[in-house]
Design a protein around this ligand. Structure first.
Ligand SMILES: *[C@@H]1O[C@H](CO)[C@@H](O)[C@H](O)[C@H]1NC(C)=O
Ligand SMILES: *[C@@H]1O[C@H](CO)[C@@H](O)[C@H](O)[C@H]1NC(C)=O
Length: 121
């Protein structure tokens, strides 16, 4: 597997097993190259909706987005549109836009029913 990454403060030396690691401004390159995109950043004002219309459009049409960070880092509306319109291959979510509603009262934690999509897990 070829691994690439971006980080706000990339290490001076590329870690073993990593093809390249760049700064955040190389996110478009990462998105265009990757078959699987794993989101693992903290939720900050600068990372909220970090994966939006532009970023989703840069992904390969068969690429899979995996969010293990926080729900609001991915912009919910264009993400739903990209999945429903099969602009990307699929998605796996470990987090939601409103995690609390699910755990507190069983209310579905998104505006959309992602479970109805065949390319969602
Ligand atoms: C469920 O909990 C969420 C988060 O606290 C809240 O926003 C929502 O209004 C609650 N819904 C109901 C039906 O109680
Ligand atoms: C979401 O979609 C799934 C699969 O089609 C369905 O079983 C479920 O009832 C739907 N949930 C809502 C809230 O519509």
């Amino acid at each position: 597997m070829r691994v690439v990454a971006v980080d706000a403060r990339p290490p001076a030396v590329t870690p073993p097993g990593v093809a390249w690691i760049g700064t955040d401004d190389q996110l478009p390159r990462l998105l265009a190259e990757s078959d699987f995109v794993v989101v693992a950043v903290p939720l900050l004002p600068a990372t909220r909706n970090m994966i939006g219309v532009k970023e989703l459009s840069l992904m390969k049409s068969d690429a899979v987005l995996i969010n293990i960070a926080r729900g609001p880092i991915v912009d919910e509306v264009p993400f739903w549109a990209a999945l429903q319109g099969e602009k990307i291959g699929g998605a796996v979510l470990d987090v939601w836009w409103n995690d609390f509603s699910w755990f507190q009262n069983g209310t579905w934690p998104s505006t959309y029913n992602f479970s109805s999509l065949p390319n969602f897990g």
